[in-house]
Write a protein that binds this ligand. Structure first.
Ligand code: DC
Length: 225
């Protein structure tokens, strides 16, 4: 099969292992990597910092257009907002929840679309998010929908956050994750859905290595042709 610029989309709820898996797969393939959640998180962080209300649609859409956001190609990447590295600050649950709020706004999603599309560069792209396969890279030849139970996801998130030195408890995390899922699933603008043709992988009982293997299979069989 001749493909000029292959894209693999990996969508799914928070904590499904998307981030780790997408990064590993991008590295193995030598492709670029887009963490679209980090873009929404950066906007949410900028909004919180400036004291903006998270339902102020006009101001949020304007901020999405005007913010100066740069990602480094490192792993994990540095994220500069107006020249300041905010990679650590955007990893908190507070910013994640705020990101899920600002992501509901149509003007915000439209303003951030071009930024996401600009990550599509040779030799290929792995795009991690909620609407990568259903909206942003609808034409992608490879699509995965990665999920896991809310409890498993909360436990994984707990470990990640503890590693980063954040103070969190499991029950609080489960209810936050369920609340965030609801918001991401029911919104009118680009809700979290399994894109048409996306391969479903439930990672609840799988090791990260096994998930990576399954995702690689989705791409590999075609690339080998
Ligand atoms: O993947 P994450 O946890 O970093 O994403 C944070 C929030 O951003 C998520 O709850 C919903 C929103 N988001 C989105 O609406 N669309 C995307 N493509 C990625 C993230």
């Amino acid at each position: 099969m001749t493909m000029t610029l292959p894209v693999l989309t990996i969508d799914g709820p928070s904590g499904s292992g998307k981030g780790t898996v997408s990064r590993a797969v991008a590295k193995a393939l030598g492709w670029h990597f887009l963490d679209s959640g980090a873009i929404y998180r950066s906007l949410a962080f900028a909004a919180l910092q400036s004291g903006m209300h998270l339902d102020d649609e006009a101001s949020l859409a304007e901020l999405a257009v005007s913010m100066d956001l740069v990602f480094s190609a490192d792993d994990p990447p540095q994220v500069w907002l107006d020249g300041i590295d905010i990679a650590l600050q955007i990893g908190t649950e507070t910013v994640g929840n705020a990101a899920s709020c600002v992501a509901q706004i149509k003007g915000v999603r439209e303003a951030l679309l071009q930024k996401q599309l600009s990550f599509k560069k040779p030799p290929g792209l792995v795009a991690d998010g909620r609407d990568m396969g259903s909206v942003v890279f609808k034409e992608a030849p490879f699509k995965v929908f990665l999920t896991a139970s809310a409890e498993v996801r909360a436990k994984r998130r707990l470990m990640q956050l503890k590693d980063k030195g954040h103070d969190v408890n499991l029950n609080g995390l489960i209810s936050e994750i369920e609340q965030r899922d609801r918001r991401d699933l029911v919104r009118t603008e680009a809700p979290l859905v399994r894109a048409e043709g996306a391969v479903l992988i439930d990672s609840s009982d799988l090791s990260i290595d096994e998930v990576i293997r399954q995702v690689m299979k989705v791409v590999q069989s075609d690339l080998d042709e």
